[in-house]
Design a binder for this molecule. Structure first.
Ligand SMILES: [Zn+2]
Ligand SMILES: [Zn+2]
Length: 142
């Protein structure tokens, strides 16, 4: 898989040490961090980092197809450096997000009146659930 920093450079985007830190943080990151997660973690090493820098870098990356913006969490946006099509599942209690690499294209069917109208280009499925930790904390029987 192409390195996210290489991708960024190829677009002719300016790389500052802070931006490189953000890109390194995102590269191969499967935790679906929010802008705030990224800001807090990188700020420890780069005390002069501003939230605006993080946000703007994320927007630039998104516009150039370097990352995906995940909207499964209605409270905040999450970011995913894995731009190959996949689905997500979120724990509705702790908001942790997992990747779902399954092909549902054979299972999902739109009613005929819609397929006559629109040619399907893709589908993204969001799953909602309660993770093992949260089930345990809430005393839910598995
Ligand atoms: Zn949970
Ligand atoms: Zn993902």
């Amino acid at each position: 898989m192409e390195n996210i920093i290489t991708k960024y450079k190829e677009k002719g985007l300016r790389l500052t040490p802070q931006r490189i830190a953000i890109l390194k943080y995102l590269d191969g990151n499967t935790g679906h961090p929010t802008a705030d997660n990224i800001y807090r973690d990188i700020k420890r090493r780069y005390p002069t980092l501003s939230f605006a820098t993080v946000y703007n870098t994320l927007q630039t990356l998104k516009e150039h197809g370097g990352i995906m913006e995940i909207t499964i969490d209605s409270m905040r946006k999450h970011y995913d450096p894995n731009t190959t099509p996949h689905h997500h599942i979120i724990c509705v209690d702790c908001n942790e997000i997992w990747d779902v690499f399954e092909d549902y294209s054979k299972v999902l069917r739109l009613p005929p009146h819609l397929t006559r109208e629109v040619r399907i280009a893709g589908a993204h499925v969001d799953f909602y659930g309660l993770c093992r930790k949260c089930q345990k904390r809430k005393g839910v029987k598995m």
